[in-house]
Write a protein that binds this ligand. Sequence first.
Ligand code: RIB
Ligand code: CA
Length: 312
Amino acid sequence: MAEKIIIDTDPGQDDALAILLALASPEIEIVGITAAAGNVPLTLTEKNIRKICELAGRSDIRVYAGCDRPMEGALVTAEYVHGWTGIDGATLPDPTMPLQDRHAVDFIIETLMREPEGTITLCTLGPLTNLATALTRAPEIAGRIRRIVSMGGGLFEGGNITPAAEFNIYVDPKAAAIVFGCGAPIVIIPLDVTHKVLTTRSRVAAFRDFGTAVGEAVAGWLEYFERFDVAKYGSEGGPLHDPNVIAYLLKPELYVGRQCNVEVETVSELTRGMTVADWWGVTDRRKNALFMGQVDADGFFALLTERLSRLR
Ligand code: RIB
Ligand code: CA
């Protein structure tokens, strides 16, 4: 029985690979993809999702636009990493598949209320505004969610947009606090994992060696996307964040983590968006999340490469 998922995403080259991995995997049924504002504004992320789906030949996927700004404050974007389109590095035609009329928040609520309890997984790859808004408007959906698997946060790795905060959490810390506190089972894939998954030359070449439109696009995206982090960290390649969320669904044995309490700083300007994970159990706060710390990077890339090679 395929796992039914909603992907909430702000493409983003790494989001694109996560979407393609899900589309290439028969273990997963994508009920819908909801666009978040994050790496680039919503008007671009919703279009990027449709471009990515059509690259994979999946114009049947239902795509919904969500909130265009965080629950509080102004939107922070990351064109300096992803380029002005959000998916610079490959040139894809404008989408012809439709954007659904329903708002993403309504779609999330309606799907969770319609589908049997415990059958829908939320995979979040961007700021958590859409899911947090749905939880605020309809708190009863929390008990109906099978699990939330979320790329975001950091502990021993620190932050990537400030010394303390990872981008997805930083953009909407209030939303992250709502989601982390909602009571649904949560798996967090933080920078502590994604910074161990680097796009080396040979790994990028393996995609281009497909000789397919997907392989060419993926290689171009990674070569563009990694340049910022290579310059910043002085590493051979850049960390590949979002596909780890889907890889966890497919092969959870690639990851090692710890059930612990994870809270979000929402008040301090200095540490806004910091994920405070009680890794050593020094508090009696509820252990609300499975916080990942280790990954089999070679195993991850073997899975990602094999699956994406199936897309023509
Ligand atoms: O910090 C990395 C995360 O922020 C990734 O999801 C990337 O796509 C951006 O959204
Ligand atoms: Ca993302």
